[in-house]
Design a binder for this molecule. Structure first.
Ligand code: FAD
Length: 323
């Protein structure tokens, strides 16, 4: 028996969310009195993989083949499912990222496993009962999901679980993957990064702006604030609908769901559809000129004021603070 975690990388560099998933897997493994093991696909430095031992992972299967350099959903899913079967994994953990969202349901199908997407707690295990909590109805309710299949697949949102350092190094084992044929019905020939900006779903700080900014020409100060803070930028739906910002920045019920440590909302009213995508942020700061804006009800800190006055002052102060 084991708990298997899929370790994601970008251009060979392990993602922060991969360490969070590894740490989560270790905690699940402890509950099951078993060990947490990992699978990493692509060219990743062995030392980086062995550092997963600091999250409690004992062994990492390292799959590095030419035809697997780029993310191929079907092939990657086959490999994870294969290793899960071989290692008798009863739980398989993914980050709820773009690739994790693609892989988890495929792996669950291959393993006849139930899938709990976006778990917000560790499982409660009582005898054969395995229960998890997840957000439901656009974060307006919390559902307790009871899983009865022998194998369970869980995804967790980036920034939702802290990495718990355990010390130690993981054993890294090269693994030759038995993939071919239909696993490569889709081939990724090339990946062109649209932007070098911080990835929004995984960002620890998000600076987001809405229709209160009046037009795309005013986003300079939003970009600057994000740059000073090392943050990703986001926006409300009408802003991306109007073409002021790319759709990839739209957060909310119909856009991305984010859970950063800090979400700064500027000139956004706080409609429920917007809050659905951001309410699990750890700290919310709202800047709005209308003191009655609904966003203030869920804010940890609020500034009632004109964004065109407040934001430049904030940038100035942060620059002084950062030296
Ligand atoms: P507005 O509602 O126009 O608010 C602008 C805010 O800026 C106001 O609060 C105003 O006081 C403030 N403001 C104006 N000038 C300034 C200034 N100078 N300084 C400071 N503050 C200022 N929306 C989403 O964002 N994401 C979604 O995923 C989403 N999905 C939806 C799905 C459905 C089915 C529906 C019906 C709607 C959805 N919406 C979504 C739209 C949502 O209901 C709101 O209309 C939208 O979030 C409002 O965007 P906003 O806050 O940027 O604009």
């Amino acid at each position: 028996m084991s708990v298997l975690v899929y370790i994601e990388n970008t251009n060979g560099e392990l993602k922060k969310s991969a360490f969070e998933a590894a740490s989560y897997a270790k905690e699940v493994a402890d509950l099951l009195n078993t060990e947490a093991i990992a699978v990493s696909i692509g060219d990743v430095d062995r030392q980086a993989l062995s550092s997963l031992g600091n999250c409690g992972v004992t062994k990492v299967f390292h799959v590095s083949q030419d035809n697997l350099k780029n993310f191929v959903n079907q092939a990657y899913a086959s490999i994870v499912a294969h290793i899960a079967k071989e290692q008798k994994a009863t739980v398989v953990v993914f980050s709820n990222t773009f690739s994790g969202k693609g892989l988890a349901p495929r792996v669950a199908t291959k393993l006849n496993a139930a899938l709990v997407a976006g778990a917000i707690t560790l499982p409660t295990i009582t005898g054969e009962q395995f229960a998890l909590k997840r957000n439901a109805f656009s974060n307006k309710a919390i559902a307790t999901v009871t899983v009865e299949t022998p194998v369970k697949v869980i995804t967790i949102n980036p920034n939702s679980f802290a990495v718990k350092e355990t010390g130690g190094t993981a054993q890294v084992e090269d693994y030759s993957a038995p993939v071919g044929g239909e696993d490569f019905s889709t081939i990724v020939k090339d990946i062109v990064r649209a932007t070098d900006k911080i990835s929004l779903p995984e960002a620890e700080i998000v600076v987001s702006a809405g229709r209160g900014l009046k037009g795309p020409e005013n986003w300079g100060m939003i970009e600057e604030l994000a740059s000073v803070l090392g943050a990703a930028t986001a926006c409300s739906k009408p802003v991306s609908d109007a073409g002021w910002r790319p759709h990839s920045e739209h957060v909310g019920q119909t856009g991305l769901v984010v859970s950063p440590n800090l979400y700064i909302a500027i000139g956004i009213s706080g409609a429920i559809q917007h809050l659905a995508g951001v309410s699990s942020s750890k700290t919310i700061v709202v800047i709005n000129k209308d003191p009655e804006a609904p966003f203030f009800k869920v804010a940890d800190y609020g500034i009632v004021g004109d964004a065109f006055v407040v934001v430049p002052k904030l940038i100035e102060a942060l620059k002084v603070y950062k030296g």
